[in-house]
Design a protein around this ligand. Structure first.
Ligand code: SF4
Length: 297
């Protein structure tokens, strides 16, 4: 298990099972806390072959340099991060996608996860990823016609890919909740149960230049749905756009850049993928870039 020290105590994390053990009876001085964020997301590329209207990924074609990535990932591991989540754009379109997963799994103790629309998870790619990925998040915003309207791909094809993918690792579903997809939440939960999905992550739609954020009416419906949910699949919820009393957070004292950081496809480190405040990493170490970002926040 990997050990991390922070304001909440000592945390042990097993990347294979996803289990966490927090020892919060002891309080260690700040000089001993891990220096890197607990979790890091990295947009490998902005390129995507879908055109979802709620997409907030930048539309330039930037992609990260492989050598820089390996250096940054090593530093995150060395300074106490627990996991890295690859995203985009569509991360499977990154030319050396399976290589970066393999590198991270074999050269570090970080958990390797990624978020994908799922349609490029061919049997060949899955064979390359097997053993080098600990968790995959697949986007599924509704079922049938609702899904096809937003993603422009056949729902039946998505189910085929889910079935194949769950044979190599644990899966989660990412669900963008908006005025149209909210009516499908029960059915998404049924699909999750059918495929033995570990976790459903609810993402209230954020405003972009193309769409509005989640409406007040849908927000209330979502609250009600969460409160009434009795399904077996674990629910998690993005805290952006939701009241904090929805969230059960055992690591409440580890916040901001100590808890999470995002690197965009241009090589800027930020507090989140939505933030427009960033620090270009360039030749700096990750810790230097993080410090500069903290100073300009
Ligand atoms: S699949 Fe993801 S990255 Fe691609 S357009 Fe849709 S939301 Fe954006």
């Amino acid at each position: 298990m990997k050990k991390r020290i922070g304001p909440d105590g000592i945390l042990f994390f097993d990347r294979t099972s996803g289990n966490n053990i927090l020892i919060n009876e002891c309080s260690l001085p700040q000089s001993e806390w891990s220096l890197a964020p607990r979790q890091v997301s990295i947009a490998l590329t902005n390129v995507c072959d879908l055109q979802c209207e709620f997409c907030y990924a930048p539309k330039n074609k930037a992609s990260l340099d492989f050598q820089s990535l390996t250096k940054w990932i090593k530093e995150f591991d060395q300074f106490g991060s627990l996991g890295v989540g690859f995203g985009g754009g569509e991360p499977t379109l990154y030319p050396k996608f399976s290589d970066i997963c393999e590198f991270t799994a074999n050269e570090t103790d970080l958990a390797v996860t990624f978020t994908t629309h799922g349609h490029r998870l061919t049997d060949t790619l899955l064979a390359d990823l097997k053993g080098n990925v600990h968790f995959i998040r697949i986007s599924i915003d509704g079922v049938g016609a609702t899904y096809e309207r937003f993603r422009g791909r056949k729902f039946s094809k998505l189910l085929e890919r889910i079935e194949r993918t769950r044979q190599i690792t644990s899966l989660g579903f990412n669900v963008v909740v908006n005025d149209s997809t909210i009516q499908d939440l029960d059915q998404v939960a049924e699909v999750a149960k059918m495929f033995d999905i570990s976790e459903v992550l609810l993402l209230p739609q954020q405003a972009t230049k193309n769409v509005k954020g989640l409406s007040r009416d849908s927000y209330e419906k979502l609250k009600y749905w969460i409160e009434s949910y009795r399904g077996e699949t674990r629910l998690t919820i993005s805290d952006i756009g939701l009241e904090s009393n929805f969230i059960c957070n055992p690591l409440s004292m580890e916040t901001g850049l100590n808890a999470y950081a995002h690197i965009d496809a241009l090589g800027f480190i930020k507090g989140s993928s939505y933030s427009n405040i960033g620090q270009q990493i360039g030749d700096k170490s990750i810790l230097e870039a993080l410090q500069l970002l903290k100073e300009c926040k």
